[in-house]
Design a protein around this ligand. Structure first.
Ligand code: ZN
Length: 190
């Protein structure tokens, strides 16, 4: 396994639309190695998710995981999930304000409107089908990662008036956001 370099905003790869991947390509040793590297890179950087395009591999594949995360201590846990060729479909039109950061955007956070309930259809890393409905912060994380596969970054969707450095988020916005998150989790789970 290897820790890869993470592309930073301004690098053109982050604006590419990633391509679908076939089952045959998915199960090759090269792609399985890429998945291992993606997970290791995400964990090393304390990310809650990482898309392959962020490590310069423009294929439709991303990793999501929340353990005890110092970047996002308020996030409910998410077991390691690999999504291949994911398709997201909102369930209902309810949205919530999600305060997001990104490993490709240094020292910036902002508020993005995300769907509260989301159907996720994808493959896992072995090509087995995934079809589930996710909610709340977990749904927000899925939307953030799948945006990367379409060349989108959270700053495209955020209200610029909400932009904040990580330090100013801690000082001025975290308490209110955590309270809002706790209410959301109590209502819809994760
Ligand atoms: Zn990101």
């Amino acid at each position: 396994m290897a820790i890869r370099k993470i592309a930073q905003i301004g690098h053109p790869v982050l604006r590419q639309v990633a391509r679908d991947i076939s089952r045959e390509e998915l199960i090759t040793p090269e792609t399985q190695q890429l998945v291992d590297d993606l997970v290791e890179t995400m964990r090393d950087a304390d990310g809650a998710g990482l898309a392959a395009i962020q490590i310069y591999e423009p294929i439709r594949l991303c990793a999501i995981e929340v353990r005890d995360n110092p970047r996002y201590p308020y996030k409910p846990k998410i077991p390691l999930t690999i999504l291949v060729n994911p398709v997201l479909t909102p369930v209902g039109d309810e949205r919530f304000d999600n305060n997001e950061g990104c490993l490709s955007v240094p020292n910036l956070r902002g508020v993005v409107q995300r769907y509260v309930h989301l159907r996720v259809q994808a493959w896992d890393r072995l090509g087995n089908p995934i079809d589930e409905v996710v909610h709340g912060l977990k749904a927000g994380t899925y939307q953030h990662e799948v945006d990367h596969l379409d060349g989108k970054i959270f700053v495209d969707r955020a209200d610029p008036m909400t932009f904040s450095t990580w330090t100013e988020f801690e000082r001025h916005h975290k308490a209110a956001f955590v309270e809002q998150v706790q209410q959301l989790v109590a209502r819809v789970g994760s």
